[in-house]
Design a protein around this ligand. Structure first.
Ligand code: MTE
Length: 322
């Protein structure tokens, strides 16, 4: 393949996750079919059908807003948010709203295991009953240099950690997305090491900012947003915010995230936002605010340093920014 057509030579404005999969293995195994999918970002004109009435948790929404976390920009239009997504279980394009309607969100069992007093499973509606839902407005900064602002509803991950009763020896929380290629055709792309996995240290997971979203925009999550529960860690690049979680495991070894496994030279464990540290293939200095046509400077820790910078004291030698 001529050099000029190598995906990693594309300019920054074209950097999308489609290119992220083009490591050597992907080129060998699935490059041709993935190339065929590169149609460019598309923002559809209508909101994906959030089946609000059928969702058994619908009456829990809207929840009272927690005003601690303020935005410096307007909330992204819901219609835009639900038609510009990364949910590789449903394909590598940005508009997977229709494809993700295949996701069956009930029954949905969450498994808690690993280094806990007693492993258990709980249905997502029972879990929500044990938590108090609140609304939070967060920025979201994707590693691809675009951003949005979202009104999530959910509960702090710390509440779930307390509920899980981890042992003192647990050092990390490892989270896992469902694995079911019948429900998620993207999981037939065999060059991805499914299921999607991400992890946090206990200090990160118990920081108040780490949030489990069960809803957005005043109602249950749309499937494309990672229903029925997903992570929102707004000081980190978006790939850390794992969707449609089925398992929380408490472990003593650093979990290996799916992107880190695919391309460890570009996507690491920490993935904290830092405009001064470029991605190997593009700058992280600015971001495109989706839906506005605006480019604005990216902030260190995506602007959440006052809440989270302390976690990383003494870890300066770690690869904190990839
Ligand atoms: N979780 C799963 N299970 N599958 C994914 O493909 N993509 C990640 C993250 N979580 C992803 C995922 C990436 S790269 C980003 S930027 C965010 O989800 C996108 O979240 P959004 O679609 O709500 O903006």
């Amino acid at each position: 393949m001529p050099n000029s057509r190598r995906p990693w030579d594309l300019p920054e404005r074209l950097a999308t996750p489609e290119q992220l999969v083009f490591n050597r293995r992907a080129l060998l195994v699935g490059g041709a079919s993935a190339l065929a999918l590169m149609s460019g970002p598309a923002i559809a004109q209508r909101v994906g059908d959030v089946d609000k009435l059928a969702d058994p948790s619908a009456r829990l929404y809207p929840a009272k807003r927690n005003e601690t976390y303020k935005l410096d920009r307007p909330i992204t239009d819901e219609n835009i948010n639900t038609h510009y997504n990364n949910f590789y279980e449903y394909g590598t394009s940005k508009d997977v709203a229709t494809a993700s309607e295949k996701l069956q969100t009930r029954p949905w069992t969450v498994k808690i295991d690993g280094m806990v007093e007693k492993p258990f499973e709980i249905g997502v509606d029972d879990l929500m009953k044990k938590m108090t839902l609140e609304e939070r407005t967060y920025r979201h900064r994707c590693v691809e240099a675009w951003s949005m602002a979202i009104a999530w509803t959910g509960f702090p991950l710390k509440k779930l950690v307390d509920f899980a009763r981890p042992l003192g020896s647990a050092k990390f929380v490892r989270m896992e997305t469902f694995l079911d290629a019948k429900m998620a055709p993207g999981q037939r792309m065999s060059w991805f090491p499914w299921p999607y996995i991400e992890g946090l240290t206990m200090a990160e997971a118990t920081n108040d900012l780490a949030f489990i979203a069960t809803g957005a925009y005043g109602h249950p999550l749309a499937k494309v947003q990672g229903a029925p529960l997903r992570l929102a860690v707004p000081w980190k690049y978006g790939f850390k915010s794992i969707k449609s979680i089925v398992r929380f495991s408490f472990v003593d070894k650093q979990p290996l995230g799916m992107w880190q496994q695919i391309q460890g030279s570009e996507y690491g464990f920490w993935a904290n936002v830092n405009p001064a540290v470029p991605h190997p293939r593009w700058s992280q200095a600015t971001e495109e605010v989706i839906g506005t046509g605006e480019r604005r400077p990216t902030l260190l820790f995506n602007g959440y340093g006052e809440y989270v910078a302390g976690i990383y004291k003494g870890l300066e030698n770690e690869r904190l920014w990839a």
